[in-house]
Design a protein around this ligand. Sequence first.
Ligand code: FE2
Length: 257
Amino acid sequence: MGIIGVSRLELEQHKLNVASPYLIEQVWADYTPEQHAVWAELVTRRMSQLRESACREYVDGFELIGLRADRLPDLRAVSARLEPRTGWQSTPVSGFLPADAFFEMLAARMFPTTTWIRARESMEYTPEPDIFHDVFGHVPMHAHPVFADFLQHYGMICARLIHDPVELERMGRLFWFTVEFGLIRQAGEIKVYGSGLISSHGECSRVLAGGCEVREFDLEAIMDQEIDTGAMQPVLYAVESFEQIYEAMKLAEERLD
Ligand SMILES: [Fe+2]
């Protein structure tokens, strides 16, 4: 509870409309030693590859938001480091959100974050996102100001398109090929920044080994590109800088006016 008897959860719920029922508290003390050990194993294995093959903004973001290899993150501590930099929070939610609630949270710079962690038997893959995918995979990039602005604008635009399923599907493809599976060229090399690659050892290794075609970022081509969310990706897109995806958002926004 806060000093005037209002909990942080209640304060957060006040800021939101449709997403409010999905907000929960993360009870960090309830994680078991085994769950911390699963997190530690996942982070240690991924960081040994990502220190070389993730973009530098991701590696910097990992340090800036205070993630550690030896214990699961406390989302309040993550948000306390993130919010002064870019205004983003990592906000605990109960699971998958309907589209309108998801976009409302992005537009408010609150990243919907699950709090459960996969079991040891599913180290490589979970069909639904867990705290490893959501925090380790996504949140470090939110410490980068341009990416942070891009993601908020994405949420605002999609919230306005909520009754236009055709345009919303096209915007979903943009999310897929940037936030989830995005690549960037840095110092002549392909680096990963998409959370699906950051958090998956198998898929990331396949992409880095040349196992998929890499095309130059092209907003229209991406929005026309069909995706199979259950398969390994045959084609991915590389940006030259994060300004490129922010500019793409401004173009998408202008088309709405
Ligand atoms: Fe994701």
